[in-house]
Design a protein around this ligand. Structure first.
Ligand code: AMP
Ligand code: MG
Length: 493
């Protein structure tokens, strides 16, 4: 008889290399783990034993009830600025890093459970998660991945059979998430705030080994690492803005070193273009409004710079501040360049012209004044490239208001070599038709809470191919009807 292969080939560098940065811990027992969703495609791309995992045994593992062979479950410690105020002690209050694997291409990935019970970092919370928010993170993360945006991903969602008391009784659930790492700005802040410079250095060396190994032997590696984080995060937030995504809770503990989107709580996509759009029920001041995200990201990166300062120049802190400021000062230009490049693609432009920024801003101003749906405006502009502007124009309250802009855009495009058909094809490959529309997400999550998982599965299928128009899916492309009302999201703990 041959033994079954292990479910995961773990290689746990965090547990091994960073004692003192976590607490070894176990998941809570729950009554009846049951698989809700299993991400077959992701499992295969990670080189996992997909069939063995998509099973009762897998459900136990993903509920945190039984640790798989080779796991070293642990809760990571971190701090963070939440809505601008510093919390010196956060950490995995309801999550466990099971371990790390090397995916099919040899890239190291964290396998983490979220909702697996209380830990020493729970701060009075119950350590649990419930079906709605777990599936929201699953759906939003997979949607972002399909849109080509760096993100943590969902491997599985299990129901636990427990009733969890929030504002009302809710079905309990656990999410299994896969991440390039769970290193956060807040991880650095935790040790920096305690004056533990050697631990900040140890963490930075670990981060470099994991995310920027080419820097490992270079003389200014800590500053170079910080510059890389600035570059990754500038590119990431540009992608959010280009696609109309509002993260909703951009605390420094939710800002990664890897450049992946993480911690989908009260996030949502905008319908009409509105820089002031806020969906989170707790974001009263609009700190994390759609249009403020780049500025907030830069603020978060300033907190990372502060935490790493002693590494930039241990002998001369004034000089360290100058170095950090220069590195951080690149953020606005990096962001702007990424946004302009993305907008050119969205508008089907292949070359760079001086007046492009004004052209983009004029379109956004028209969309805002005329209540045009953000996603559909870009998508339908593709048809305008081949002489069918009516779907685009009809998105504006007064379609004639956008005609002068259309003329300008046509003149701008006329200076480029591509045919209209080529332009439309390219535009359709970057402008999604299907995004997680707020009312469709709510509908799917509500059904799941009531025990019907079919709508969330259908939604995931739609969102897995956001750029391919498919007959029968029209209602997934439409913005929320006005009867849906103003949308509010909740943090989902
Ligand atoms: P989040 O808002 O999800 O990014 O979480 C912020 C902090 O609160 C993290 O330290 C979480 O681990 C912790 N937390 C959130 N929800 C719970 C919960 N239900 N029980 C314990 N800790 C929690
Ligand atoms: Mg978080």
């Amino acid at each position: 008889m041959t033994a079954n292969p292990p479910l995961f080939q773990f290689d746990n560098s965090y547990a091994r290399d960073l004692p003192g940065f976590y607490v070894a811990w176990e998941g809570a027992k729950v009554p009846a783990p049951q698989m809700i969703l299993f991400n077959q495609a992701l499992a295969e791309s990670l080189g996992l034993e997909a069939d063995a995992l998509n099973s009762g045994q897998g459900a136990d593992v993903f509920a945190g009830v039984s640790a798989p062979d080779g796991a070293s479950p642990l809760a990571q410690v971190y701090a963070g600025h939440q809505f601008g105020g510093f919390s010196p002690q956060l950490g995995d209050g309801r999550a466990l890093l099971l371990g790390e694997i090397l995916d099919a291409s040899g890239t190291r990935k964290d396998i983490q459970l979220k909702g697996s019970g209380p830990t020493p970092f729970s701060r009075g919370g119950d350590g649990k998660a419930v079906v709605g928010p777990v599936l929201r993170e699953y759906v939003m993360g997979e949607a972002m991945h399909a849109l080509g945006i760096p993100t943590t991903r969902a491997l599985a969602a299990v129901a636990t059979g427990e009733t969890i008391y929030r504002e009302s009784p809710k079905p309990g659930a656990v999410l299994t998430r896969v991440a390039a790492s769970h290193l956060r700005v807040g991880t650095f802040q935790f040790f920096a705030a305690r004056g533990e410079t050697e631990k900040v250095r140890q963490l930075a060396d670990y981060a470099i080994a994991r995310h920027d190994p080419d820097l490992a032997e270079t003389p200014d590696r800590y500053l170079s690492m910080f510059r890389r984080v600035v570059e990754r995060q500038a590119a990431l937030v540009a992608r959010w803005v280009l696609v109309g995504f509002v993260h909703g809770v951009m605390n420094t503990d939710n800002t990664t070193i890897s450049g992946e989107t993480i911690d989908y709580g009260p996030c949502a996509f905008i319908d009409a273009f509105d820089p002031a759009a806020v969906f989170s029920s707790i974001d009263h001041g609009g700190r994390y409004a759609f249009g403020r995200q780049p500025a907030i990201l830069q603020w978060n990166l300033a907190r990372l710079a502060e935490a790493m300062l002693a590494l930039f120049n241990p002998d001369d802190l004034d000089n360290a501040v100058d170095l950090a400021s220069a590195a951080l000062g690149r953020f606005p230009d990096l962001y702007k360049a990424a946004w302009l490049a993305g907008m050119r693609e969205k508008l089907g432009l292949a070359t760079v012209a001086e007046e492009d920024e004004a052209l983009f801003e004029d379109l956004l101003a028209l969309m805002q004044a005329q209540g045009a749906d953000y996603t559909l405006s870009f998508r339908h502009l593709g048809a305008a490239a081949t002489g069918s502007p009516s779907a685009f124009r009809d998105l504006f309250v007064d379609p004639t208001a956008v005609d002068p802009w259309l003329d300008q855009w046509r003149e701008r495009r006329a200076r480029e070599a591509e045919t209209d058909d080529q332009v439309k094809t390219r535009m359709d490959s970057v402008n999604p038709l299907y995004i997680p529309r707020n009312h469709k997400v709510e509908e799917a999550l509500q059904a799941a809470e009531d025990g019907d998982y079919t709508p969330v599965k259908t939604l995931l299928d739609v969102l897995s191919r956001p750029f391919d128009e498919r007959p029968g899916l029209e209602r997934y492309s439409e913005p929320a009807p006005s009867s849906f009302g103003p949308y509010q999201t909740f943090c989902g703990t």
